[in-house]
Design a binder for this molecule. Structure first.
Ligand code: PEP
Ligand code: MN
Length: 447
């Protein structure tokens, strides 16, 4: 299938796009991006699509996680390693405790653009109310609350390309260069065990895995799978200039792929059936996702599936539901029932973050760990009752000890949020909360 022109996409009136003051600069940036090499390979996208087909069939579980918004200054070895590490630990917990293969997918190496519910942001500065354009992610403008920083600058798209390339290269080295070797299962946990009940619980599990590995070694079995892991990368496909410039024809098959990441998703605010995002992604061969919020009707989901996956191929389409803890049990069943009754092939994944955000009394945007858990439990209960497979988890997390979500075993409160609130957008689960969630979800999977 051919790639639509950028002009034809713009004519569809795309939502959530930056208003660049200098159109000439946009044209030259697009030309620059078009000349740069792809960030990922089409064959890797195919490989992930196969894995997601196993998720669709109920034979594997997807773990998708990372920052709400990556930042250019956050591209450090430590930050990236910590995110990969917590994902590896979560995957080990899920695989070992539930005996289900886990497909690992970072919200990483490209997650730099944010849809916003308001075009502007108002803050009180020196006793006066100041209104500026909203921050739309480092791909668009600066987080700093100044007039200059908030002006959209297309050069940022090139900066994001290079930041993504650096992150990708590090992730590739981590997952194939020994760090992800299963024999490192204890090492991932060092600096974490002491004082953390969930770290100790992990340590017990790691000990069991280590004994199993020694047994395997003793009998002469040492498969490749022990030494490296598959880890793919994803982000929301939001900025059309960027995604279009990185959409390329694959020389093997002459088909179009979005080569800015392996898995691209369409957000809740840009999933209009006749919109530019749906149009562009319908033409790309990657595995893709669509977020479905509480206003989704069963017919919306069916129409999206027909447009995005006309061949009804398993692995091509993932529905990422984000209803909120209070809405999922009533809102999700009729969608899953109708989509399933129509024979639509789609993986079902739970995003328990975006329906559960609220403002704490301290003013910080936060989420309760218990609400996150309650939505995941609701998701499992709904799918179990209907007989469909609860295929995965999509979470905003970091490998660091931030204080952005309240609750969990550490019992973080509103008052703790100020300690280490580092997200430039939505609150993320910290390392302890992420691992706790993995243990709790493993129990749900086992039932
Ligand atoms: C997100 O994933 O950060 C996001 C904005 O989600 P949604 O489109 O579901 O609101
Ligand atoms: Mn978010």
């Amino acid at each position: 299938m051919s790639i639509p022109t950028l002009e034809s996409l713009r004519e569809l009136g795309p939502q959530q796009q930056p208003t660049y003051p200098d159109k000439g600069a946009v044209t030259s940036t697009v030309a620059r991006l078009e000349a740069l090499p792809p960030l990922v390979f089409a064959s890797e996208c195919d490989d992930l699509r196969e894995k997601l087909a196993a998720v669709t069939r109920g034979e594997a579980f997807l773990l998708q996680g990372g920052d709400c918004a990556e930042t250019l200054s956050g591209v450090t070895a430590e930050n990236t390693r910590n995110k990969v590490r917590v994902m590896l630990q979560m995957a080990v917990v899920l695989t070992y405790a539930a005996s289900v293969p886990v497909v690992k997918l970072g919200r990483l190496a490209g997650q730099y653009a944010k849809p916003r519910s308001s075009d502007t942001e108002t803050r009180t500065v020196d006793g006066e109310k100041v209104t500026l354009p909203a921050y739309r992610g480092d791909a668009v403008n600066g987080f700093e609350f100044t007039e200059a920083a908030r002006v959209p600058d297309p050069q940022r798209l090139v900066d994001v390309y290079h930041a993504s390339a650096a992150t990708l290269q590090l992730v590739r080295a981590l997952v194939s260069g020994g760090y992800a070797d299963l024999r490192q299962v204890h090492t991932w946990n060092t600096d974490f065990v002491k004082g953390s009940p969930v770290g100790q619980r992990y340590e017990v599990l790691a000990g069991e895995i280590e004994r199993a590995l020694q047994f395997m070694k003793a009998i002469g079995a040492d498969p490749d799978e022990f030494h490296k892991v598959d880890f793919h990368l994803s982000h929301e496909a939001l900025i059309l200039e960027y995604e279009h410039a990185l959409a390329r024809l694959d020389s093997r098959t002459d088909r179009a792929y979005g080569l800015s990441g392996h898995f691209l998703w369409i957000g809740e605010r840009t999933r209009q059936l006749a919109g530019a995002h749906v149009e562009l992604l319908s033409r790309l061969r990657n595995p893709i996702g669509v977020k479905l919020g509480p206003t989704t009707s069963p017919d919306d989901a069916l129409a999206l599936a027909a447009k995005l996956n006309p061949a009804n191929e398993p692995g091509r389409l993932t529905f990422i539901t984000r209803f909120g803890a209070g809405k999922i049990r009533d809102g999700l069943p009729h969608i899953v029932e109708k989509v399933t009754a129509e024979g639509v092939q789609a993986a079902w994944v739970c995003d328990p973050m975006h329906g559960n955000t609220f403002e704490a009394s301290s003013g910080y945007k936060t989420r309760k760990f218990e609400d996150v858990l309650e939505e995941v439990q609701g998701f499992f209960d709904v799918h179990r009752r209907i007989g469909t497979w609860p295929g995965g988890l999509h979470v905003e997390l970091t490998g660091d000890d931030v204080t952005e979500c309240v609750g969990g075993g550490e019992e973080l409160t509103d008052l703790d949020l100020a300690d280490r609130y580092e997200s430039v957008c939505d609150p993320r689960l910290n390392r302890v909360q992420s691992l706790e969630l993995a243990f709790l979800v493993a129990e749900m999977l086992r039932q």
